[in-house]
Ligand binder design. Structure first.
Ligand SMILES: [Zn+2]
Length: 135
């Protein structure tokens, strides 16, 4: 998904909304034996400011499925998280950089998927691991 900042500026469309399905790279899930289920729903809005910086808010919604990190049973969870980021035209360690013409949301969305996933995937909240009496 790209935001064509220069074009939107010329059209005086300084704010807008977007919504799309994104299929992330296979290896984006960092939990062992798990993966992102299907595509990630990205929904958000942008605002172009006078200094060409662009504020972008978006919410990610996706599922993670795989094997429970403790007991290896099938497990899945839903993730929903909101992000508020700023794109600027100069190098800035706290923000994303763009060329002043187009913003490619992909790197920011990939980062957001990485940040929003849990450290472990559990089959249930109180899973204590493999139950040796049942197996
Ligand atoms: Zn479990």
């Amino acid at each position: 998904m790209k935001i064509e900042v220069k074009k939107l500026n010329a059209q005086k469309k300084y704010a807008g909304v977007f919504e799309y399905d994104y299929r992330p790279p296979e290896d984006i899930c960092t939990i062992p034996l798990c993966k992102v289920a299907g595509s990630v729903k990205v929904k958000g809005s942008y605002e172009i400011y006078d200094d060409d910086s662009v504020g972008v808010n978006f919410t990610l919604k996706f599922g993670i499925e795989g094997q429970c990190s403790y007991c290896l049973k099938d497990a899945k969870t839903d993730v929903e998280e909101a992000f508020d980021i700023l794109f600027v035209t100069e190098d800035d360690p706290d923000n994303y950089r763009y060329d002043g013409i187009n913003i490619d949301l992909k790197p920011a969305v990939d980062d957001a998927i990485l940040f929003s996933q849990p450290n472990v995937l559990l089959c249930r909240k109180d899973c204590t691991g493999i139950d040796i009496n049942n197996n």
